[in-house]
Each structure stands twice: as C-alpha cells, then as structure tokens.
Ligand binder design. Structure first.
Ligand code: ADP
Length: 320
C-alpha cells in the first residue's frame, strides 16, 4: 500500500485533559497533554497504516510547536508543509467532560500560530504533488488562515487532486451557529468526498432526522462519495449509483476522540491508490469495513494519536 501522497491541511494543537475524570476545568488538579487537531490526526492515521502523508499548517516557534512537529516526524508524516510563526504561540485547548455530562472547553487562540498561516506560506509544490488533499479545519473561521485554506484548496483542485472534506464542526469556536453553517456550506461543492458525523448532519440540515433523505439533502452534483459516521452504529455511504450502510465492530470504547479522523485516514489511504473504489460498491463496502475497524480501535485507548491503529491491528480485529 501507500504510493500516492495524501496532504492534510489545517491545525495541530495540544489538548490539555484533566488527570481525573468528571471535573470542571477549574477543579482539575492537573492536566495531561494530548496532541491533536483533526487534520493532524488524519495525517498520522494515514502514515500509521503505511500510507504516504504530509501535513500543511502553522505552529508556534515554541516548545509546544516543536514538540508537535516532532510527533509528526516520528510518525513519518512529511513536515515540509509546516511553517513556524516567529511571534504567535501554538494553539492550546483545555477540554473536560464534567460530572454533569457537559463538555467544557477553553482555547488559547488569540491568535494562535495556526490562525496566522498566509497564502504565501503555502508549500505549493507539495500540495500539487498530492493525489488526495484533505481539509477539515477550523481555519475557515478567521483571516489570514481562511485565505490560505481557500488558496490551498484551489491549488489542489487545479492540480487534479481528489478533495476530501470533514467539516469537524467545533461550534464553540464559531461566532454563531448560523455563521458556522454558512461558512461550512460555502465550500461544500468543492469537495469530491465528504464525511460528516450524525451530529453534523443534524446541524447542517437543521433536522433531527438521520436518514437517507436528510443525508441526500446535502448531496451536490460534483460529489463522488458522502459518508455519515454513526459511532457504534457504523457508517452510511452515498454515491450517485448506490447507497447503504456498514456495521460497526463491537469494542470496549473508553475514549472516542479521533475515531472519525482514524476512519477518514483509513478510507483515504485506500482511495489514494485505487479510485475505482468510488464506483464499485463491493470494493467500497470492504474499505468501509476496514475504516470502521480503524475507528473502533481508536476508541479503545485514551487520546487520539496514541490510539490510531497499524494495519496489523486492523487485520487482527477484522479476522476475529
Ligand atoms: P466522529 O469522531 O467524526 O464523531 P464517529 O464517532 O462516528 O465519528 O466514529 C467514526 C467511526 O468509528 C464510526 O463510523 C465507527 O465505525 C467507529 N466507531 C466510533 N465509535 C465507536 C464505538 N463506540 N464502537 C465501535 N465503533 C465505533
């Protein structure tokens, strides 16, 4: 596996997670560092499975930024699309699941280095050499990274890359839900392949129904594949010619962070070398079984990056 290059565009940051569960941020006695950022997770998911992967984005020229770049390197993700900002610092997020079941977030983004990526910073040669360009970034929210995001997409499209989009709705970061919906849908019809979660489907359609009708209301004429991930209920797929669902694997889930990114990385790693998957339902179902297995394994360990599987991990779950 792993001939074609997958470039993943967006942010990489550090989540600080309380050392004990079920407390508010103010009550946390201490925090553990969990590197993440959906696009970076996808880049590592691809390489851990044996694919060729690169990350494009900006980090702070600080201890955290160099730590994150080191993690990409250790995981065989190409780093020649990374910029370091001399002034701004690496993005940080503090995240907790409180005892009352609510998630609480706090972000260091005022502005963080990832938000300062400019169109001029982009390694265009790297983007043009990709077969698949994946974006799932919060950089749509503000300038100048918004312009960088749009330029990177355009360059990738002109170079003939397959464009893959995961909206990764992180509502607390947007000025308003209306703005989030509008901006996400503004780049919708550029993508060849879109993956949404059940929550995003509800949000984008404004309906609480998760069925074929609501999924297909998000269809656009140039789309090749639409996926809806449903956690422990697996995933649904839609193409011009066929639709269906693939069951999840039963696992003991302890932390679902990164399951969707793992799923996307697995899928892209297969499609990059064989685009006929998009037209052949039997092949697509095989690939989605593999991607569901990747997502499932990712839920069995704490954190996203440490939990991303190798191909051997996936094959052993599939054959059980
Ligand atoms: P996201 O992280 O984008 O919300 P999901 O949580 O739906 O995405 O996870 C992506 C995929 O990972 C699912 O389609 C499913 O195959 C797998 N997965 C997620 N959670 C579980 C779980 N609890 N048990 C088994 N598989 C899971």
């Amino acid at each position: 596996t792993g001939e074609g290059l997958i470039v993943s565009f967006g942010e990489m940051l550090i989540d600080f997670v309380p050392t004990v569960s079920g407390v508010s941020l103010a009550e946390a006695p201490g925090f553990l560092k969990a590197p993440g950022g959906a696009p970076a997770n996808v880049a590592i998911a691809v390489s851990r499975l044996g694919g060729k992967s690169a990350f494009v984005g900006k980090l702070g020229d600080d201890e955290f930024g160099h730590m994150l770049a080191g993690i990409l390197k250790e995981n065989n993700v190409r780093a020649d699309g990374i910029n370091f900002d001399k002034g701004a610092r690496t993005a940080l997020a503090f995240v907790t699941l409180r005892a009352d079941g609510e998630r609480e977030f706090m972000f260091y983004r005022n502005p963080s280095a990832d938000m300062l990526l400019t169109p001029e910073d982009l390694n265009l040669e790297l983007i043009r050499s990709a077969k698949v360009f994946h974006y799932g970034s919060i950089s749509l929210i503000v300038e100048p990274c918004r312009s960088a995001h749009l330029k990177a997409m355009e360059v990738a499209k002109d170079a003939g890359c397959l464009l893959s989009y995961d909206p990764n709705l992180r509502l607390p970061l947007w000025p308003s839900p209306e703005e989030a919906r509008k901006q996400i849908l503004s780049i919708w019809d550029k993508a060849d392949l879109i993956k949404v979660s059940d929550v995003e489907l509800e949000f984008l359609t404004g309906s609480d129904k998760i069925d074929d009708e609501s999924a297909l209301s998000l269809w656009h004429p140039n789309l090749k594949l639409l996926l809806v991930t449903l956690g422990e209920n697996g995933s649904r797929y839609y193409t011009k010619n066929f639709k269906g669902s693939v069951d999840a694997f039963h696992v003991n889930a302890v932390d679902t962070t990164g399951a969707g990114d793992s799923f996307v990385g697995a899928l892209l790693g297969k499609i990059v070398d064989d685009q006929s998957i998009l037209e052949d339902e039997a092949k697509l179902r095989e690939v989605l079984k593999f991607a569901n297995a990747c997502g499932a394994i990712t839920t069995t360990k704490k954190g996203a990056i440490p939990a991303l599987p190798t191909e051997a991990d996936v094959l052993s779950l599939i054959k059980d």
